[in-house]
Design a protein around this ligand. Structure first.
Ligand SMILES: O=S(=O)(c1cccs1)N(Cc1ccc(F)cc1)Cc1ncn[nH]1
Ligand SMILES: [Mn+2]
Ligand SMILES: [Mn+2]
Ligand SMILES: [Mn+2]
Length: 367
């Protein structure tokens, strides 16, 4: 029987487009030279067969990511309210992923950081920010199935004067993806990324800028229900000698900047995330206790934002949220900003270091 095609706008859950439960593989890359034995090793192929359910979960999340970003790119226009953009994107994720509590849904808030804001900005309720023709917007959103997270981002700019700035981070991210592999040192990935990034210079509004890789932002390993795990992937030289390991998920993300190449926390916070390594903390404050119950139930250790609390019916929660942050139970993740008036671009992919090959899970025909 004919398989249904996705509608435009998308309305069909991807599970209905792949009823077998098998989802398209991402881009496959062989490991560099000395690991070629992995491709044919029977022992490694057997290992992979045991992981198949996890691969299908994360590939389903990736298929949702690809279909959502394709749709959103088609409807983006100057004059859009940022809140409407985020809600449209989020509702499309919920639909295509067949949202189901903590088993399937949005993995973290829709980052739509503009210009010199590099990451972790999404509108709080009531925000009136409107997307402009001359904006450089990083759309960074996450999908997950059973806690297996796809963290992928791309930059949108209407004005073609930003094309080279976008190309710099896009090429640097692809270099980081190519350099990554089992037993590869994190510092070597960072050095390779910086080399490509800083080979670019851009002319914007008649002014020439050398492109800088933002030295205090980095990619990261990803584990189940935990978007930021132990390892950080630097995007400049001089990082740690720690190695990437078989079976690890990594988010490879790079940030090109015309500013200082250094970010600081600024602006009102919207993103929050429970600390992974915090056990049960006895709480006396009733409002804080109730808010923590809502967070545990709806997000667990997935990151969330104020708009997600609002839509759950939480009200007047800011003091309780502050209490949870001060107690170290919740981590605020404020916007990360380069200097005012500069521009930042980002591209990000989620990769999996499979026993036999490297899979670029979030690769699409767009980036
Ligand atoms: O900057 S991070 O905190 C980090 C980088 C290295 C170690 S921890 N962060 C993880 C994260 C934090 C909060 C979120 F809502 C979503 C993700 C990276 C990231 N932000 C967006 N995409 N990827
Ligand atoms: Mn991201
Ligand atoms: Mn952790
Ligand atoms: Mn990331």
């Amino acid at each position: 029987k004919e398989l249904p095609q996705q509608t435009d706008p998308p309305s069909i859950p991807v599970i209905e487009l792949f009823p077998s439960g098998e989802f398209p593989e991402g881009e496959i890359q062989q490991y560099k030279d000395d690991n070629l034995w992995r491709t044919t090793s029977e022992e490694k192929r057997e290992l992979e067969r045991l992981e198949k359910p996890i691969y299908d979960s994360v590939r389903q999340a990736a298929e949702v990511h690809r279909q959502v970003r394709k749709y959103i790119k088609g409807i983006l226009k100057p004059g859009m309210l940022m809140t409407d953009l985020c809600e449209t994107l989020e509702n499309t994720v919920r639909k295509l992923i067949s949202e189901n509590g903590l088993q399937a849904g949005i993995a973290f808030p829709t980052g739509c950081s503009l210009n010199w804001v590099a990451a972790h900005w999404t509108p709080n309720t009531g925000d009136k920010t409107v997307l402009q023709y001359d904006d450089v917007m990083k759309l960074d959103f996450g999908t997950h199935i059973d806690g297996y997270i796809v963290d992928s981002a791309f930059t949108v700019a209407f004005n073609p004067m930003f094309d080279s700035l976008l190309e710099a981070s896009r090429e640097a991210t692809n270099t980081g993806v190519k350099e990554s592999g089992i037993d590869v040192r994190l510092c070597d990935v960072g050095a390779a990324i910086q080399e490509v990034m800083e080979s670019y210079e851009v002319e914007i509004n008649g002014k020439v800028f050398p492109v800088k890789s933002i030295r205090n932002l980095n990619g990261h390993s990803i584990c189940r229900y935990h978007v930021h795990a132990e390892k950080s992937v630097p995007i400049v030289k001089g990082g740690e000698q720690t190695k990437m390991e078989e079976g690890e998920f990594f988010a490879i993300e790079t940030f090109a900047s015309t500013g200082k190449g250094y970010v600081r926390e600024d602006l009102e916070c919207s993103h929050y995330m429970k600390n992974f390594d915090v056990g049960h903390i006895p709480l006396r404050l009733p409002r804080a206790k109730q808010l923590l119950a809502t967070i545990n139930k709806n997000f667990s250790t997935l990151a969330f934002c104020r708009r997600y609390l609002d839509r759950l019916g939480e009200t007047k929660y800011l003091m309780a949220l502050k209490n949870l942050c001060d107690a170290g139970i919740v981590q605020p993740c404020p916007p990360l900003c380069d200097i005012k008036g500069s521009w930042v671009s980002q591209f990000e992919h989620t990769i999996l270091l499979r026993p036999t090959c490297k899979e670029v899970i979030s690769r699409g025909d767009d980036y």
